[in-house]
Design a protein around this ligand. Sequence first.
Ligand code: MN3
Length: 245
Amino acid sequence: MPDALGPALATAQEPPGGRRAPQGDRVAPPSEYALPPLPYAYDALEPHIDAQTMRIHHDKHHAGYVAGLNAALKKLAEIRSTGDYSNIQQLSRLLAFHAGGYFNHIVFWNNMAPENKGGGGRAQGALGHAIARDFGGVKKFREHFTAAATSVEGNGWGVLGYHPALRRLVVMTMMNQQDLVTTGLVPLLMCDVWEHAYYLKYQNRRADYINAWWNVVNWENVQERYDARCEARDSDGCMASARNM
Ligand code: MN3
């Protein structure tokens, strides 16, 4: 075999997402997540949010989500090595819950600043323009967001987000904290596990369906989605700003 084909063959046999060198500004995840400090003093948001609330919220609740996220990731690594997936349902739920808690609060803390020292006022520039375009003005946006956030049943969040597929700002709510779609998750690979997606052929054997589905996953498309969607988001600052918070 000619030498010239060597590298091409090696590339073709490389597992998807495999041993390639880090590219561009993609940053490897930390081995353990840490609780970021508040970007201001505990009492900086007084009188609107009191210092004791901030102290407990950050030092106890947010810290708890960070610990939970690290514990879930560690446990998942363990079960991958043992191959015992009997707790996968609970661990998947815990990972989503604590990852949501970890990330949402980083956004939340950075979304706030002391009144008249960055807090208050209104959106300016391109964001202000987009709010006017997508909500009919700042007042309408504020009413909409307030009503939506107020209406959340039980624990949850109100969210203003940019939806990359809709290419517009949207207000969404989420119950609890693990519905990452509403905070801007960019889907790269999805498998429909509604019964309508497999029942006629596989009946109740969902695992058989998913095992078969892996044979038709278009990894080139998955990679293209990653490159296009995530790089585009980097260029408009969404992911870059999240990393820097
Ligand atoms: Mn909270």
